[in-house]
Design a protein around this ligand. Structure first.
Ligand SMILES: [Zn+2]
Length: 417
């Protein structure tokens, strides 16, 4: 992460940012620090979310560097310079990058503002999906296929996994919440601040207003997630799917309901523990690896009436994964905690297309696409997806290695280095 980029940053004339997840935007200010001064293209919501996420990470990186005794990855001034290079573009508009070279962004339904890119010259066109959403999403329109590219670089994060049961996710969520709240204890939901938190708020609000779950206090206890939710609200009218826009016109605010408190200040967060009876707490970090959820877990996990609801991927070794795997004791913020609470995992809330979603996305890019290049995730999942694209769709699918160079000419793709 700290090493120099393997190319000369000052020679790059344009940067295209597909979405604001940290594994995509995280090193943009470093590129600026190494000399990049071209234009940075992205959608408007991606710009707002990137500004927030980078502002949040600068302090964390400074602290990490101080502990390691090294120079920070980048500083505030690099973030500011990066932000000053941004040019926002809407979905669907062809943007000229140079003589006979242009691109267009399309919705991928992954997170707010997320986009794929289709590049075009006179004799070739290339699509890059970046992360593809788990369509249909509750909030965002379905990912749009790239139907005018000869070759497509397709993501393969869940290329070998069927991760979801989207049809049952809401009834299962409702029944699990009902059961948990009946016990009278706290329900803790560790959630990543972007997309997952907003889905949770939206669905809890829906269930409460339909009286399908009892009215109990709900806390969004994360300053970052509160700010992200504000950005979701700002762009809901233009970026959410049609039927949700109808709801928005009727209700005015999709992420607020009578029993919700947004606790930005630490004092307000600390007051949550004094509220007796059933309650729902949504807080970061998503894998219980820090943040305010740790504080709630230290207090609530020993309580047999409490419930921990896991709604996202938990990396091996993370506290969230240990809890998911049934740990009876866990170390959180340096404290040993006994686990008597119920721990449940809910499926169907992933923001990534799974193996069938990826295959049907690839199919929707035919007949123009003649070659797929599968990247991202484990090499085994990229190979699995490539095999399925080849077998089921009858087109060429490649798993490129790092640092390889391919040439695309018409519908021919060949490795040149
Ligand atoms: Zn992503």
């Amino acid at each position: 992460m700290y090493e120099r980029f393997p190319y000369e940053a000052e020679r790059i004339s344009a940067l295209l940012l597909t979405h604001a997840h940290l594994d995509h935007v995280g090193r943009c200010p470093k590129l600026v620090k190494e000399g990049f001064s071209g234009k940075a293209y992205m959608t408007e919501p991606t710009r707002d979310l990137a500004e927030l996420i980078l502002g949040d990470s600068v302090g964390i990186l400074r602290e990490e560097a101080r502990q390691k005794g090294i120079e920070p990855l980048y500083e505030e001034r690099d973030v500011e310079r990066f932000l000053s290079l941004i040019e926002t573009v809407p979905y669907g508009k062809e943007i000229e990058l140079g003589d006979n070279f242009s691109f267009r962004l399309q919705n991928t339904g992954h997170i707010l503002g997320s986009a794929s890119v289709r590049f075009k010259t006179d004799d070739a066109s290339l699509g890059i999906t970046s992360d593809l959403g788990n369509s249909p999403s509750l909030l965002l329109p379905d990912s749009e296929p790239i139907t005018d590219a000869d070759a497509i670089v397709i993501e393969s994060v869940y290329g070998d996994r069927a991760v979801d049961d989207k049809e049952t996710r809401i009834p299962v969520f409702r029944d699990t919440l009902k059961e948990a709240l009946t016990k009278g204890g706290a329900v803790m939901i560790p959630a990543f601040s972007m997309e997952r938190t907003q889905l949770m708020l939206y669905e809890i609000g829906n269930l409460m207003s339909a009286k399908e779950i009892p009215p109990v206090p709900v806390y969004l206890d994360s300053p970052l997630a509160i700010s992200v939710t504000e950005i979701y609200k700002k762009y809901a009218k233009d970026y959410f799917k049609k039927d949700v826009q109808g709801e928005l016109a009727k209700e005015g605010d999709l992420f607020n309901f009578p029993f919700l408190s947004m606790t930005r200040a630490r004092e307000d967060s600390e007051r949550i523990s004094g509220v007796d009876g059933p309650k729902i707490i949504i807080a970061g970090a998503g894998m219980s690896h820090g943040g305010r959820i740790g504080m709630h877990q230290i207090r609530e996990l020993p309580n047999k009436n409490a419930t921990l609801l896991i709604v996202g991927y938990q990396a091996p070794g993370s506290p969230g994964r240990l809890l998911q795997d049934g740990a009876k004791r866990i170390r959180l913020n340096g404290k040993e905690v006994k686990v008597r609470a119920t721990v449940k995992t809910l499926h169907g809330w992933s923001a990534h297309a799974d193996r069938d979603g990826l295959l049907s996305y690839a199919e929707s890019c035919l007949p123009r696409a003649k070659t797929f290049l599968c990247t991202l995730g484990e090499p085994s999942s990229a190979r699995f997806l490539a095999q399925r694209i080849h077998d089921y769709l009858g087109v060429r699918a490649i798993v490129p290695e790092g640092n390889e160079t391919y040439e695309i000419a018409g519908d021919k793709v060949r490795k040149i280095k």
